[in-house]
Design a protein around this ligand. Structure first.
Ligand code: ADP
Ligand code: MG
Length: 592
């Protein structure tokens, strides 16, 4: 055969690497992913990701770790294609405990960018570190440098020699979002490692080495979410399932808050997502996705990570059994929880997060507290004072939107039970109903202009040092709304008068709440501000769920509700009244 005639050519290594890079290095986020994985594999306790961008694109990615580091020979070999310290033979894939194994990431990245690696082995008393620089797959430049133990890799000019690839880069915003995603996923797959992400010097993510996935989730997404998490634990012969899922009160429209890892590798799997949803069963509304942080662990040899070049997908040898274990573990976790109580409490009373929760925690049924006589008298008196604030019927408001209700009684010190015309059963949420009444009353008064009423005893409010400045700035706004507030001490302010619309709402606690909320929320537009005040007054001034009411008080409340313009919802849009017609009751008892 004449070689001269051949049209087939074996590609030079550089070109091979550039082609391979197409699979592994799709975008700046892929660089972050590969470097972060190497850092985790190197046993780092802290991984620091620094991203630099100009206004259009990511310009530099740098990942610094305190892992095992490398000696000079390894540092050079690391850039060779198919050079890896993680496997020796194909069987090693079955007992893989590292994220990497293909030995192509550094070679691929260096073929399409300029990479500078600085490293020094950990704990071996080596004095100098090694610096290796490769640009576009050319010969590495190697030198000695002073360096801390561990490794840092800096990547710049990504795709400088592959303009076609460069064109496909999305907007800066999208790239940054992908990078965030990579760091979040890796951090959640490795709660034992601390991660920090910086963009142009500003810290964006900080997780701390934790032994619990919930802590990492909290560092990433806030404690509001973590409070809703339920621990999952279970499994079978093939897999162990651990982690957390959120109560059904915290669902999402998409599946981006389902984080899965298999043996420490963050993965995506439509099958596992389905298995989790299955575990929720009917607790999950249609078209909604749960929030989940699950870590799966298998025995060696039961999972294949070599399915996809970026290793985002895995294959299980016993797929069905793994799915069953996940469904079962999620189901068990959710059914062990008193989900409804948790949700209801969160819904009914949500004190502003900064305000001290002045409401006593609501004791839920069936253990209805039966107050002693003295206590109940005090209760009735307080409810009476609150109810007296309301002076409906409003002039001109017709009483025809709510049918006439005969009050039968109260259940759980929260709901008024009545009937209309002796035929329809009526349930009224006393707090929501009173909120509606107060809201409309305050609105009507506001329409008549702001007037101020003096308080007999001024109410003192102490702010934190950070808030004092805000409070000073808010003084004119407060004055506009009818409050008279003056500085009283270094961090104390005195409220000596309040808007007339607050009526007899003289409880210091309520006034304190209102003013602090106004100060903290800052001056918004006057209309929005007034609306916020109105709602807050209505909410704080209204009788609560858990307040026992006398028959007469209930009757008065229902009467006033009938005179509102919108008797059926509270200012937050929740129902105030629920009616059960004879037909509905018959259907419930299957009489039809
Ligand atoms: P892989 O991770 O698949 O082995 P890479 O190209 O990502 O392939 O890395 C090649 C080798 O370089 C690794 O096997 C490891 O020995 C070494 N290496 C890469 N990054 C680091 C790091 N941050 N710390 C220590 N060693 C590293
Ligand atoms: Mg790697």
């Amino acid at each position: 055969m004449n070689v001269e005639d051949a049209t087939i050519q074996v590609l030079p290594t550089g070109t091979v690497n550039q082609i391979a890079a197409g699979e592994v290095v799709e975008r700046p986020a892929s660089v972050v992913k590969e470097l972060v994985e190497n850092a985790v594999d190197a046993g780092a306790g802290l991984v620091r990701v620094e991203v630099t961008s100009d206004r259009r694109q990511v310009t530099v990615v740098r990942v610094v770790d305190d892992g095992v580091g490398m000696g000079r020979a390894d540092a050079v070999l690391a850039f060779k294609e198919h050079a890896t310290s993680k496997i020796r033979e194909i069987e090693d894939l079955d007992r893989l405990h590292t994220l990497g194994f293909r030995g192509e990431a550094l070679a691929s990245i260096a073929s399409v960018a300029e990479v500078t690696l600085v490293t020094k082995p950990r704990g071996r008393g080596v004095l100098v570190g090694t610096r290796v620089q490769v640009r576009g797959g050319t010969e590495p430049e190697v030198s000695e440098v002073g360096a801390p133990e561990g490794t840092s890799v800096e990547v710049k000019d990504l795709f400088f020699n592959t303009p076609a690839r460069r064109k496909f880069l999305k907007t800066l915003h999208t790239e940054l979002a992908h990078i965030h995603g990579v760091v979040e996923k890796t951090a959640l797959a490795h709660p034992e490692v601390a991660f920090r992400l910086f963009h142009n010097g500003r810290e964006r993510i900080a997780t701390y080495a934790a032994d619990d996935l919930r802590e990492t989730a909290g560092a990433l997404f806030g404690t509001d979410l973590t409070r809703a998490l339920v621990q999952v634990g279970g499994g079978n012969r093939f897999v162990r399932v651990g982690g957390f899922v959120a109560r059904p009160s915290h669902t999402r429209a998409d599946q981006y808050q389902i984080f899965l890892s298999v043996n420490g590798r963050p993965v995506y799997s439509a099958g596992l997502v389905r298995a989790i949803k299955e575990g929720y069963g009917t607790l999950l509304p249609a078209n909604r996705f749960p929030v989940a942080f699950l870590a799966l662990t298998t025995e060696d040899g039961l999972v294949d990570a070599n399915v996809h070049p970026t290793k985002r997908q895995v294959r299980f040898t016993h797929e069905r059994e793994v799915y069953e274990a996940v469904t079962g573990a999620v189901r068990t976790a959710l059914h062990g929880e008193d989900l409804l109580v948790g949700e209801q409490e969160a819904e009914v009373f949500t004190p502003a997060p900064h305000a001290p929760a002045s409401l006593p925690p609501r004791t839920s049924s069936p253990a209805v507290p039966c107050p002693g006589v003295g206590e109940s008298l005090a209760h009735y008196a307080k409810s009476d004072r609150r109810l007296r604030q309301t002076q409906l019927p409003l002039a001109g408001a017709e009483r025809n939107r709510l049918p006439e209700v005969t009050v039968l009684g109260q259940v759980d010190a929260t709901y008024i039970v009545g009937s209309t015309g002796g035929r329809t059963l009526v349930l009224i949420d006393q707090h929501a109903a009173h909120e509606r009444i107060l809201y409309e009353q305050v609105q009507a008064k506001q329409a008549g202009g702001q007037k101020t009423q003096e308080l007999i005893v001024p109410v003192l409010i102490t702010f934190s040092p950070a808030e004092v400045e805000l409070a000073r700035e808010a003084l004119p706004v407060l004055a506009e709304e009818g409050f008279v507030v003056e500085e009283f001490g270094p961090s104390t302010f005195a409220v000596s008068a309040i808007p007339v619309v607050l009526g007899k709402l003289e409880e210091p606690e309520v006034i304190r709440d209102l003013v602090s909320a106004l100060v903290r929320e800052g001056p918004s537009d006057p209309v929005g501000r007034r609306e916020a005040i109105t709602r807050r007054v209505a909410c704080r001034g209204a009788i609560k769920g858990g307040d026992p009411l006398t028959h007469e008080q209930m009757q008065r409340l229902v009467e006033q509700l009938a005179h509102t313009k919108n008797p059926y919802t509270c200012p937050h849009g929740r129902p105030t009244v629920i009616l059960f017609s004879p037909d509905e009751m018959a259907a419930m008892f299957r009489r039809t």
